[in-house]
Write a protein that binds this ligand. Structure first.
Ligand code: ZN
Length: 150
């Protein structure tokens, strides 16, 4: 395991142990339930929009370490951003796992802690765990009540 892998693993473990943005969000304007039947992860995302800005975002739910760490990283990454910026971030995460588009390669320098999710690419069966919270955020922003990775 190289140094970067170790750093990424530490970030995932830390966010799993001490999730940021966990809990219900009173006054949420948008919410969606994300299910990953493959692993049994269930993440509900709450968003409070003010105009086109994500004033706050939180999540509840249960799942494996990767799904929870990803949800935690997601709330940290998009809080305070505009809907357009959040959509860009969602696309970037998607591209990171599918290897398409301009943003296949993330780095810790430019992307911060969410680059750690890229480490999950080495475990294809866990990719849906890593993308679940982002799918749920996307659904919430689109006004869809739920989304499944199946
Ligand atoms: Zn999982």
């Amino acid at each position: 395991m190289d140094e970067l892998d170790e750093l990424y693993q530490e970030i995932i473990l830390d966010h799993n142990k001490r999730p940021r943005g966990r809990g219900e969000l009173p006054g949420a304007t948008h919410t969606a339930q994300g299910d990953n039947p493959l692993c049994g992860d269930e993440i509900r995302v709450f968003v409070r929009l003010e105009g086109d800005k994500i004033a706050d975002v939180k999540f509840i739910g249960e799942g494996c370490a990767i799904s929870k760490a990803s949800a935690s990283l997601m709330t940290q990454a998009v809080r305070g951003k505009t809907v357009a910026q959040a959509k860009e971030q969602i696309q970037k995460i998607h591209d990171m796992f599918t290897g398409q588009g301009c943003c296949e390669h993330t780095s810790f320098d430019t992307d911060g802690e969410i680059a750690a999710l890229g480490g999950v690419k080495k475990f294809p069966q866990r990719v849906k765990c890593a993308t679940l919270a982002w799918h749920a955020l996307d659904a919430a922003l689109d006004g869809k009540p739920n989304v499944s990775t199946e």
